[in-house]
Design a protein around this ligand. Sequence first.
Ligand code: ARG
Length: 560
Amino acid sequence: MQTFLEEIRAAIEAETGIESPKLETPRDPAMGDVAFPCFILAKERKAAPPKIAAELEAALNSRMERVTAKATGPYLNFTIERAAFAETVLSEIAEHGPCYGTSAEGAGQKIVIDFSSPNIAKPMSVGHLRSTVIGAAIQRLHDALGYETVGINHIGDWGSQFGKLVAAVNRYGNTVDLEGDPIPALLALYVRYHEEEEGDPALVEEAREAFRELESGVDGPVRQTWRKLTELSLEEFGKIYSRLGVSFDLIRGEAFYEPHLDSTVDRVVASGVTEESEGALVVDLSSFGKIPPCLLRKTDGTTLYATRDLAAVFHRWEEFGFTRALYVVGGDQRLHFRQLKHVLERMELDWESRVEHVSFGMMRLPEGKMSTRKGRVVFLDDVLDAAAAEASKVIAEKNPDLTDRDAIAETVGVGAVVFNDLKRERVKDIDFRLEEVLSFEGDTGPYVQYTHARLASIERKAGEVDAPCEWGVLEGAAGILGQLGRYPEVLRSAARHAEPSELTTFTLSLARDVNSWVARERVLGQSPEVTAARLALVRGARQVLGNSLAILGVGAPTEM
Ligand code: ARG
């Protein structure tokens, strides 16, 4: 695609003297592949845009070989010769293979991505699953464009609830299977302590005392227990991460920033934006509208989630000097991130605009909204297990002879859940329905995976075809070729907007077009030249689907 754009730009530049002219995509693809609006030129030359367009048409056509220009109203529309376009795009994909679409344009720029960030000693929620899946996709998108990315798991490992947990472990630890199945065990301990605490002030005091010791930094029995809880929880989360194929550059929880809290508060105070309010230290944000102040220190001297996020963002800025710091966190924390950014704004830190809350909507499971305290939770492992089991059933029906069924069922089941999380604009809420998510026919991960496997199977059957391609037979695949050529731009746009759904939408539309093309046109059993050209399209489409799925974090089986 790039080579054609260069050819068009060069022709316009030579003819008009405009340097790197701006090209657009025509609203109606039937009009052409790219368009050049003549308004600015018309102004310069003091003539009507349609007149300029008409005048330029012939001149440009004599300068271009593989592109035809046509004046339509105030626009010049350019149509790239189909055969040349097919040959160029498909050769480019074949040449770059898994790297097709990637670039080095982000080189030297650091992108910090705070994602997943579950809370220790609690089950990872569906919200954390969304953050994990969306955040990892955003990281891979930036990786593909050559940015230096730092994925940080900002686990929730700090707060007074850990005093309660340590006290609960001390009291009732031996009544549960802490090592064997830590999360349900800790959950049960927490629920029990929470209930019994209501009638017993001694328990409240015990929990407080434990947290005081934890905060004091003393490396005694309380800290040891707390550390153990963190380790056990991370081991459990690790199981989910490995099923999802997600890893982090840094696992740095809130506790990591604990030693930086005093200096953080000092820094905000020194910038002159703090004030006392009923004994607490706050930053007033009323100049930004109806928004509550940001609380830095409570009356009793303890800091808050926001204080720890301020410490974290300062630390990250100093360590990385990021181009963007993305926080992939649910929409229920919108206020928190607005406050965080407003504090930076009041401090007049010019890098404030680089800090972005990458918000997302809620996912509702059929079981209803989950609540940790009531102990009514859905364990993510169970959701993934159910998806894999369901996928296994479908595969058994459709393809009973498949050798590696269990492994492929895991790829399809987990891929279905991941794809479903990425397929709509991330701010939208979604209802999770397993049957829909796993359908091989709808707008689903399995549908894209199935298309990928279908193309791979055609490739296997065709083997090596040693003949020149008759590109003209790809006339009916113009739409597909256009999409394949557009893929690098899709990656760029999806990264810029931190919006993986732009890529899922692209893969779905490509998969749909490819499936109907495959149903219409035969690849095998044609003259070698025709088979060669159609096979090149099959390979190109399979490669781009595979590359897309890899970035989304969805496996791409070659058989299913
Ligand atoms: N642990 C938090 C929660 O589950 C999410 C943390 C998000 N990241 C951050 N830097 N605040 O609600």
